[in-house]
Design a protein around this ligand. Structure first.
Ligand code: ADP
Ligand code: MG
Length: 258
């Protein structure tokens, strides 16, 4: 794994109105590395992921304090342009959110928004994105087909192609395999292991085997008595799983709760 830092949080706190959801999260996320965020339901994993592309901005009453840096860019600085931030940080959700349009048009949404209109250039982006998402061979003869006719696993890879199409630096995956069968899950895991050569990847997963198979680093979040989501342990995945330092981490990864 790459040792250079891509994202840095410093005493990050997030509030949904009066509810304190994340408390004092300080962590470095490394470039070209797969980082897994794990922990019981409701501990703030999705909230933390959405901090990185400012998706929480869409929720009324959210307040964020503390520093969050993407390279040298302060993500929450008032001068930071959210559209260009989101161009650098793509996201893939739990359920494939394909739109009722063709395979081609689903991927072209981002590039078109960024004013790429030239037909050949767009064709090249679609092909590159589908190749990188390991979907090209299955759809290259049917790019005009409605995307909703693809299987769920193919739809999820289409969403990955759509995220890649805007050439992001970071890709966030929020439980993106949890609705898929084992075979489709394996395909996406293989894909993550290829993509990490070029992208920084952060995944949220409930599947401990998955975290162990794909991630280099793991962050274990949990809520305490005060209900605030905290970072309990953060380490190389192998170290954390073989030799957890905190009893709560050990109990969670061995399936004692959550
Ligand atoms: N839009 C929201 N408004 C208010 N509270 C929220 C919102 N989204 C999440 N929460 C709360 O924040 C906490 C963390 O949620 P979440 O990040 O979704 O956890 P996880 O992804 O680990 O299951 C939970 O208590 C949840 O109810
Ligand atoms: Mg979640």
């Amino acid at each position: 794994m790459d040792q250079s830092i891509k994202i840095k949080t410093d005493a990050l706190n997030l509030y949904y109105g009066a509810f304190h959801a994340l408390g004092d999260i300080t962590m470095n996320i490394y470039s070209r590395t797969i980082t897994a965020i794990i922990g019981p339901s409701g501990c703030g994993k999705s909230t933390l992921l959405r901090v990185f592309n400012r998706m929480n901005d869409l929720i009324p009453g959210v307040k964020v304090d503390g520093g969050v840096l993407l390279d040298d860019l302060s993500i929450y600085d008032k001068n930071t342009d959210v559209v260009s931030l989101r161009k650098k940080i793509g996201m893939v959700f739990q359920r494939p959110n394909v739109f009722p349009m063709s395979i081609y048009d689903n991927i072209a949404i981002g590039p078109r928004k960024h004013k790429i209109k030239h037909a050949q250039k767009l064709d090249d982006i679609i092909e590159r994105s589908l190749l990188q998402a390991a979907l090209w061979d299955e759809v290259k003869d049917n790019l005009k087909k409605p995307a909703l006719e693809l299987s769920p696993g193919q739809q999820q890879r289409l969403c990955i192609a759509r995220a890649i199409a805007i050439e992001p630096e970071v890709i966030l995956f929020d439980e993106s395999c949890s609705a898929l069968d084992p075979e489709s899950t394996m395909k996406i895991e293989e894909l993550m292991l290829t993509l990490v050569r070029n992208y920084t990847i952060i995944i949220v997963t409930h599947n401990m085997e998955q975290a162990l198979r794909v991630s280099d680093m793991s962050a274990f979040l949990m809520i305490g008595q005060d209900r605030v989501g905290k970072l309990v342990e953060y380490d190389r995945t192998k170290t954390m799983f073989l030799n957890p330092k905190d009893k709560r981490t050990e109990d969670y990864i061995t399936g004692r709760f959550g």
